[in-house]
Design a protein around this ligand. Structure first.
Ligand code: GLV
Length: 314
């Protein structure tokens, strides 16, 4: 039986789910915190690893490793890890993320547009405030940076709400459904945009993308939603832009350091909404369908499909 090691903070959920999905594999799991307790003799024969993060040095205990299945969409923490030999295939799982992240983006946009907070304040004061008119989002512009499976789904959901959606990709190309641009077009489009959504992988091209230079084109009616990676936004520049009215609001689900440290000024800023990196699903139910084909291939002795391009970064 081929072995699949699971090193994951939710290994108790993942091991039974993966085992049910592919009973032909021998699967054992550990919390990364307890990695030292893992059976070295067993690990030495395992050729596959399902993980999010693993402790430094762990891979030396898996000399036969051929395949790492990431338990999420973003692989920036893996592609940059020099402990992962060049011959090891990394695969990601993003199949269900688009739906979840589309709900997240739409939910936060609508709660703003429908003035949910203001209505609750009025309610607390027993005040019938007929000035609280929902915002008309029709024809407003949404810029979505990162337009793979996830970004496109977000784009479609926003389009259903009446917004005009522009996608931003690494290599601009013609698309039958949405205008797609390179990020060089961002500054020009930002000044007329209602929202900027980040859902791109973290690469050299997206690190620090939202900075003072870009935000100089922003305005008080612009909302930033970041479901990509925290490092894509320069925190100090974000705060300055919010205070200077070059950005109206920021909804942040991802941060350079997670959990977000208690002393971060982001926690207390009135124009920022913080959520605990929950916009994507990390549940077996949502993700197993996406990795099932490769689990089967592994059980049958075939190489995994859909390898991450390490140079590209995703
Ligand atoms: C979560 O951020 C993921 O990349 O899956």
């Amino acid at each position: 039986m081929r072995r699949l090691a699971v090193l994951h903070h939710r290994h108790l959920d993942w091991v039974p789910a993966l085992q049910e999905a592919e009973p032909r594999l021998e699967i054992r799991g550990w919390h990364p915190r307890d990695a030292t307790e893992a059976d070295d003799r067993w690990l030495a024969e395992a050729e596959a690893l399902f993980t999010w993060r693993f402790p430094e040095g762990f891979l030396t205990r898996m000399p036969k490793l051929q395949w790492i299945q990431n338990s999420g969409a973003g692989v920036d923490h893996l592609v940059g890890n020099s402990e992962i030999g060049a011959g090891i295939v990394i695969t990601r799982a993003d199949g269900a993320f688009g739906f979840w992240m589309a709900r997240y983006v739409v939910g936060h946009l609508l709660s703003e547009g429908l003035l949910v907070d203001a209505c609750r304040i009025s309610q607390a004061a027993t005040a019938w405030n007929s000035k609280l008119i929902p915002e008309d989002l029709s024809g407003r512009t949404a810029l979505v940076v990162g337009f793979g499976r996830i970004g496109r789904q977000i784009g479609r959901a926003l389009r259903e709400l009446g917004l005009e959606v522009h996608g931003f990709v690494r290599t601009p190309r013609t698309d039958g459904e949405f205008p797609l641009h390179g990020t060089a077009d961002l500054p020009a489009l930002l000044s007329g945009a209602r929202m900027l959504v980040l859902c791109a992988p973290l690469t050299g091209a997206t690190r620090g993308l939202v900075n003072a230079r870009l935000l100089a084109n922003g305005h008080a009616g612009l909302t930033l939603i970041n479901v990509g990676r925290g490092e894509q936004v320069v925190t100090a520049d974000l705060l300055t832009a919010l205070d200077a009215g070059r950005l109206g609001r920021a909804v942040l689900d991802v941060f350079p350091v997670e959990p977000l440290p208690a002393d971060s000024p982001l926690w207390r800023h009135p124009k920022i909404t913080i959520t605990p990196h929950h916009s994507g699903p990390s549940t077996p139910r949502a993700m197993v369908p996406d990795i099932l084909a490769n689990l089967r291939r592994y059980a049958e002795g075939l190489p995994p499909e859909g390898a991450v391009d390490r140079l590209r970064g995703y």
